[in-house]
Write a protein that binds this ligand. Structure first.
Ligand code: PBG
Length: 328
């Protein structure tokens, strides 16, 4: 049995070329999905205070972001709307409007940069007056089956507008199968579903809720539908169901605090797994940088590489454009 000094693991680390040669994991711009926030109006950019460096863009200016993604080699963008207050209702019916912000942004992007994939969020929270992802009963409980019916309509609305990947983030039971059936029936066989299969009720979503305007609306939490941070086995059950119902890929969310879930999902199912490095994770890095406690470029690249090492096919990250620029 050989050991030290025959084996010196530092040998392969001793030069740059050798470290490059032995790297087990590689991060490229093709590993990133860039989340973008859409707002009403023309020629508008609205910076989001709790997400420094991230803005909402009007539909006309979203197109430039799509072109930027293409030029940087980022294969896909994810869209989230900031719905005008007067269009938010208890039933979130604006989600079904074929001319809502989401659909207009999809059409503008697919028109201008068809080679960039467009992933769309399915859930009612950007459209409801109470900020929940679905319909709420008198007791404040989010109703599963009636919500799922509306989500099917929302998904079809997005598919008709040209969405490439439907990404349900609502955590209702059974909705993946219902959406898959509806897409098949409506001749959208090649529209993908990336399910937010293991989505946790998390304290890391705060800045996102500012970005889509739900922080002030939401009373209470989302713990009756999003997962308990204590659970991992349950995540595997969620993933198994969504795959069985027709998801093409699955997502774990949040990202870094849940890398154990990524690893377990990847090892168990051997399917494409994505992670969402969520708004609170982004804000933490930016806060550390602003405090002089961290160096942005190194921290961003190390963090994104960790997702790849854990087994992710890709990462939704607000740092996508910055990271792609660093990677050249
Ligand atoms: C809601 C949704 C959330 C995020 C994506 N879709 C927040 C929530 O569940 O309240 C969070 C993303 C982020 O924090 O960056 N459907």
């Amino acid at each position: 049995m050989s050991s030290y000094p025959a084996i010196r693991l530092r040998r392969t680390r001793s030069s740059v070329w050798s470290r490059r040669l032995h790297a087990e994991t590689i991060l490229t711009p093709a590993d990133m999905i860039w989340p973008l926030f859409v707002c009403d109006g023309e020629d508008v950019e609205q910076p989001i205070a709790s997400l420094p460096g991230v803005s909402r863009w009007s539909v006309d200016r979203i197109v430039a972001r799509g072109q930027e993604a293409r030029d940087l080699g980022i294969p896909c963008v994810a869209l989230f709307p900031y719905t005008q207050a007067e269009r938010r209702t208890a039933d979130g019916r604006e989600a079904l409007n074929p001319d809502n912000l989401m659909c207009r942004a999809i059409r503008a992007l697919k028109d201008a940069v068809p080679e960039v994939g467009v992933l769309t969020d399915v859930a009612l929270d950007p459209y409801t007056s109470h900020g929940h992802d679905g319909l709420v009963d008198d007791a404040g409980y989010v109703i599963n089956d009636a919500t799922a019916e509306i989500l099917v309509g929302q998904a079809l609305n997005q598919a008709v507008a040209g969405a490439d990947i439907i990404a349900p983030s609502d955590m209702m039971d059974g909705r993946i199968g219902m959406i898959r059936d509806a897409l098949e029936a409506d001749a959208h066989q090649n529209v993908q579903i990336m399910s937010y299969a293991a989505k946790y009720a998390s304290a890391y979503y705060g800045p996102f809720r500012d970005a889509v305007g739900t922080r002030g609306l939401l009373k209470g939490d989302k713990k009756t539908y999003q997962m308990d941070a204590a659970n991992a086995e349950e995540a595997l059950r969620e993933v198994a169901l969504d795959l069985d119902e027709g998801a093409d890929s699955v997502m774990v969310k949040p990202g870094l605090p849940y890398l154990d879930i990524v690893v377990r999902v990847k090892q168990r199912f051997e399917v494409p797994v994505f992670a969402y490095q969520v708004s609170g994770e982004y804000a933490m890095i930016e806060a550390a940088v602003a405090a002089g406690a961290a160096e942005r470029d190194a921290m961003v690249l190390e963090t994104l590489l960790a997702f790849k090492r854990a087994g992710c096919s890709g990462v939704l990250t607000y740092h996508a454009a910055h990271a792609a620029r660093l990677l050249g």
